[in-house]
Structure formats: structure tokens, C-alpha cells
Design a protein around this ligand. Structure first.
Ligand code: FAD
Length: 289
């Protein structure tokens, strides 16, 4: 099933999982997570791909497990340090497992980045062009607060348009905690001819130390109002978690009321968090998705 076709018919609910880092690590944990997520009837589940390509086998195996479980996988694929041969190998593996949808990315440059990184695929658009020889339906990443390497959102929007031109049929956004960034992105994207759906990505903030991590990894701002709520209870993990879940629910309700094409939940393999959000919104998901 092509996800972009589904998006033409309905609003989608999706989750993101990540594979174990090492190939020799057991997969039972992630398979159990997927089994639990299946109960929440997601339209698809995306599987991340290591920027170094090192866990490509695990990513493919998990995408294959999703397909066998009757859940559509959205397999991430990063150009990063890969050669065309590496990409061909993974693409063939994806195809043999029935993967139809690929989220094509550049990948995060490692801190100790050498010049060889992105030698063949300097940008997601280069990977998208290369993947055109395969029958995948492509998606790309969008950044409500602008990509950290861009000085302005408007510069980044030009790149977003290039991704659409290179074949991206929909976008999934970086996580954010202030919905106005997402609304601005969608409005400005429309002005420059971006017509494909932009699906907001929401990650419940469940631990106080994640405020710093989120800022470092994605540059996403945590609004002061929310920050205050969680920092007050930083020594009460259960309270903090409850606040984080409710804030995610609040963001989702606001997004739905503003007509989003879908909701993508970054659940960091935490099926319990997905269940907690789902149960709070079950009737909304049933009626409006
Ligand atoms: P690009 O689109 O190449 O953008 C990188 C920078 O270059 C931006 O500043 C952009 O404005 C600019 N740019 C883009 N195209 C062009 C162009 N043609 N010419 C000039 N400038 C251009 N990382 C992983 O390692 N694995 C994952 O599985 C993963 N999944 C992700 C899923 C989502 C939904 C998101 C939002 C991010 C994900 N990331 C993942 C992180 C991502 O790899 C990083 O954010 C990375 O720094 C940029 O990837 P990109 O595909 O957006 O790159």
C-alpha cells in the first residue's frame, strides 16, 4: 500500500520505532513493541535507519516483520556515508521484503564527521533522485523550526520544495512542542507551491533530562509554559510523565482541530506511552481518522 494514496482518503495515525543498534542484539523486545502497537490500529509504522548505515539489516528485518504483521512499514533510508552500491543493496532488501514506502534522508552528520560523509548523496534530494529507479513511494523530512543548518526557515523551505520536486509524496516533520511553528511551516510551504501533505511529528516529553536532549538533537524549543510545568516536578517522575502525556494529547487535539492530514508519534519504542495517548484519545481517533 502506498501511504500517499492512503493520505488522499483518510487522516493517518502512525508511530516511529527504531531498531537495535547491533545486528547481534535480540529483536524480541522490538517485535513485542510492534505487537502492542498493532492493537492501536496504526495506518503505518516508520522504522529509523542509522546515519552510519550500520544497522541496515536490523531496520530491514523490522520492516519485514511489520509487513508480515499486516502493518505498512515506512522504511527510513539515509544517504549519509553510503555508496550507491550500499543503497542498492538495502533497496533490494527492502523490495524483497515488500517495502513500498521509503522516507529518504541525508542523515545526521556524526560529530566526528569526515569529508567522506555524504560524498555520494550530499542531500536527501540526491538520494531521492537515485531511488527513482526503484518502485518506492518516497517521503521526506520537514522542519517546523527550520533545519539547524539553515539560517532561516525560508532557506529551508526552498530545500523542502526541491524534495517535493525530487519525488517526495508527503513529509513527516521533526518533533516540536509549539504548534504555531507547524502552522507557519504549512502556510509558508503552500505559498511556494508545496502541495503534498505535511504530517506533524509529536514526541511526548516524559523525562526532564529530555528537554536538553531535544534542544541539542533537533533544536526544538520547549515553550516556557510547558517547561515550567515539567521542571517543577523534575523530581517526581510519575507526575512529570503524566504532564508530558497530557501535553502531547493537547498538541494532538489542537492539530486535529486545525485539519492536519495525520499524526505521527515518535514513541521511542515505548508502547506504553503510545497506549496512554491512544486511550486518552481513542474516540477521537475512531471518529476522525
Ligand atoms: P537534507 O534534506 O539534505 O537537508 C539538510 C540541510 O541541507 C538542510 O539545512 C536543508 O535546508 C539543506 N538542503 C536540503 N536539500 C538541499 C539541496 N538540494 N541543496 C542545498 N541545500 C539543501 N536521521 C537518521 O540518521 N536516521 C533516521 O532514520 C532519521 N529519521 C528522521 C525522520 C524525520 C521525520 C526527521 C525530521 C529527521 C530524521 N532524521 C533521521 C534526522 C535527519 O537525518 C537530520 O535532520 C539531517 O540533519 C537532515 O536530513 P534531511 O533528510 O532533512 O537532509
Amino acid at each position: 500500500m502506498k501511504i500517499y494514496e492512503l493520505l488522499q482518503k483518510k487522516r493517518t495515525l502512525s508511530f516511529e520505532v527504531f531498531p537495535p543498534k547491533r545486528t547481534d542484539e535480540g529483536k524480541e523486545g522490538i517485535f513485542a513493541t510492534i505487537d502492542a502497537l498493532k492493537e492501536l490500529s496504526p495506518d503505518y509504522i516508520s522504522v529509523t535507519y542509522g546515519a552510519s548505515g550500520s544497522n541496515s539489516r536490523n531496520a530491514a528485518e523490522i520492516a519485514g516483520y511489520l509487513k508480515k504483521s499486516g502493518i505498512e512499514p515506512l522504511a527510513h533510508l539515509t544517504g549519509g556515508p553510503s555508496s550507491p552500491e550500499d543503497i542498492d543493496r538495502t533497496a533490494q532488501e527492502f523490495l524483497s521484503l515488500g517495502v513500498e514506502n521509503v522516507l529518504a534522508l541525508r542523515g545526521d552528520k556524526p560529530v566526528d564527521c569526515n569529508v567522506e560523509y555524504c560524498k555520494y548523496f550530499p542531500h536527501a534530494t540526491d538520494l531521492m533522485e537515485y531511488l527513482k529507479k526503484y518502485p518506492f513511494s518516497l517521503a521526506g523530512a520537514a522542519y517546523p523550526e527550520g533545519h539547524p543548518e539553515c539560517d532561516t526557515l525560508y532557506k529551508d523551505l526552498e530545500a523542502l520544495k526541491l524534495k517535493q520536486d525530487a519525488g517526495a509524496k508527503f513529509f513527516v516533520t521533526q518533533l516540536f512542542y509549539d504548534n504555531s511553528y507547524y502552522y507557519r511551516l504549512v502556510a509558508e510551504a503552500k505559498k511556494i507551491g508545496i502541495t503534498v501533505p505535511i504530517i506533524p511529528g509529536i514526541m511526548p516529553l516524559l523525562k526532564v533530562q529530555n528537554i536538553k536532549r531535544v534542544k541539542e538533537m533537533c533544536g526544538s524549543a520547549v515553550p516556557l509554559e510547558f517547561r515550567n510545568m515539567i521542571e517543577v516536578y523534575s523530581d517526581r517522575p510519575a507526575v512529570m510523565e503524566e504532564i508530558g502525556l497530557n501535553y502531547a494529547v493537547y498538541q494532538i487535539i489542537d492539530l486535529i482541530a486545525n485539519g492536519v492530514p495525520g499524526i505521527h508519534l515518535y514513541i521511542m519504542n515505548n508502547a506504553k506511552a503510545a497506549e496512554a495517548i491512544y486511550s486518552r484519545l481513542e474516540r477521537v481517533f475512531r471518529e476522525l481518522f
